[in-house]
Design a protein around this ligand. Sequence first.
Ligand SMILES: [Zn+2]
Ligand SMILES: [Zn+2]
Length: 175
Amino acid sequence: MPHLIERASSGRAKCRGCGEKIPSGELRFGEQLPNPFADGDGALMTHWFHLPCAAYRRPEAFIEGLAETTETIDNSATLEHEAALGVAHRRLPRVSTAERAPTGRANCRACKTLIEKDTWRIALVFYDDGRFVPSGFIHAKCVKDYIETTEIGPRVKHFSPALSEEDLENLTLDL
Ligand SMILES: [Zn+2]
Ligand SMILES: [Zn+2]
């Protein structure tokens, strides 16, 4: 099924990956999926993403789209690298945001022990039928075993734009 990379013709579509609008004129990724609501075989629907959101959250489809597009993408090598990481490590596309735990009530999905207040935690999402559903947290120190790579910096920064460079350095020390 051919996916799309094209300039947004309006600013109305929301990105499936982050929930923000995709500005008119910006390159966007359209994942083509069978449309279960349409009559007849072969009907498609399109899920739109910002290019980085697609590389991080729908890596297989994004790599297929990159291979076929004739658009010039400034940072395509970086995006392709990030998507390839997500294909190689099957849990990596579930990595979403990073924050210091505001309370000490959540258990880590990896090691099942408590994530103490003010320690770094990574929020996970689960892809379910076109939506990314929150699916708990893991300790920063559990990333290596659970995600099988510690190369999460660019995606965590992308999905947590409020993090400072210092935050990211502190987080990295805990990985
Ligand atoms: Zn997005
Ligand atoms: Zn843990």
